[in-house]
Write a new protein. Structure first.
Length: 263
C-alpha cells in the first residue's frame, strides 16, 4: 500500500500509512521564535508549512525526545492533547507526566514496541530504535533519544524507519540489520550548537544510512528551519548525485502530501 508523507517543517512530518496517521516531533511555532536552553539559544527561521489545526488529530505522535525546542516547541506541546497516543523515551514520558490532557504518553526503551489497531483488524507495530544525539559521550548533555520503525500487518506495505535526532553510529547500523525498510527518514541538517561536532546526520551520515538500507527510498527531514542547521536539502542532493545515489533521494516540498514508495 502507498505511504504518504507531508513535511510540515524541521523534524515534523505527517505519515499516513494503512489508514493510520502518525506525526513526528511536533513543531508548530512561528518563524523567528527564539528559545533559551540552559547552554544554548535556538532560533527558528522558517515557520510550519501547515499549522496544527490544519493537521487535525492523529493516531500517535512519535516524539524522539522532549527536551529540545527544535523537536517539541511550545505549540507542539499544546498539540500533544490532540493525539490519541504519544510515544517517546522513558525519561520523556516521566517528564510529560504520563498523560497530556487526554493523550496517553508511553515511554519506550530501544527495541521496545507499541501497537496501533483499527476496527478492520489492520495494525501497526512501532518499535523504538537506538539514537545518539551527537558523538560518543554526548548522552549526559543531550539526554535520551529514540527513533522508530513503523511496520504494518499488511504484507504489501513496507516498513518505515524514522531516525530521530541521531548521527550515524552502531545503533543505526543495527536497525538496518534487524529491519528491511523501504522508506527511511533520516533527521539530517548537521545540527551544531555546543562545539565543532554535529548533533544530527550530515551528508556523510545520510549516505552511510542509504548504504545500510540498500532497498529504501531516503526521505530526509530536519534540514531547514533552524539557525543551528549547518547543511540543507540541496547539500544532500549534490552529495547523493555525485556518489550515484541520486535516484534514491526524495526531497519533500513542505505542505504537500507526497506518495513515497521503495525504489
Amino acid at each position: 500500500m502507498p505511504i504518504s508523507i507531508t513535511l510540515i517543517g524541521g523534524p515534523t512530518a505527517l505519515i499516513e500509512i494503512d489508514g493510520f496517521r502518525l506525526l513526528t516531533d511536533p513543531t508548530f511555532d512561528d518563524a523567528h521564535t527564539a528559545y533559551q536552553l540552559p547552554h544554548v539559544k535556538l532560533e527558528k527561521t522558517i515557520g510550519p508549512a501547515l499549522k496544527a489545526d490544519a493537521i487535525g488529530p492523529v493516531d500517535a505522535v512519535l516524539l524522539s525526545h522532549d527536551q529540545h525546542s527544535d523537536n517539541l516547541d511550545n505549540s507542539g506541546r499544546e498539540y500533544l492533547k490532540h493525539a490519541k497516543r504519544v510515544l517517546t523515551t522513558e525519561a520523556g514520558a516521566k517528564r510529560l507526566g504520563g498523560h497530556v490532557e487526554g493523550s496517553h504518553v508511553e515511554g519506550l526503551a530501544p527495541w521496545g514496541t507499541a501497537h496501533l489497531k483499527d476496527r478492520d483488524g489492520n495494525s501497526l507495530t512501532i518499535t523504538a530504535t537506538p539514537a545518539r544525539h551527537g558523538p560518543a559521550g554526548i548522552e549526559p548533555l543531550s539526554g535520551d533519544v529514540i527513533g522508530f520503525v513503523v511496520s504494518s500487518s499488511r504484507t504489501d506495505t513496507t516498513s518505515v524507519y524514522i531516525s530521530g535526532d541521531t548521527t550515524w553510529f552502531d545503533g543505526v547500523a543495527e536497525v538496518a540489520r534487524r529491519f528491511k525498510c523501504g522508506v527511511v527518514m533520516p533527521f539530517a541538517g548537521a545540527a551544531q550548537t555546543r562545539g565543532p561536532f554535529h548533533l544530527t546526520m550530515d551528508t556523510n551520515d545520510t549516505i552511510e544510512t542509504a548504504r545500510a538500507f540498500p532497498d529504501a527510498m531516503i526521505v530526509p527531514v530536519h534540514t531547514e528551519g533552524w539557525a543551528h542547521f549547518r547543511q540543507n536539502s540541496e547539500d544532500l542532493r549534490k552529495t547523493f548525485d555525485v556518489l550515484g545515489f541520486g535516484t534514491r533521494l526524495r526531497l519533500l516540498e513542505p505542505g504537500v502530501p507526497t506518495v513515497v514508495q521503495a525504489p
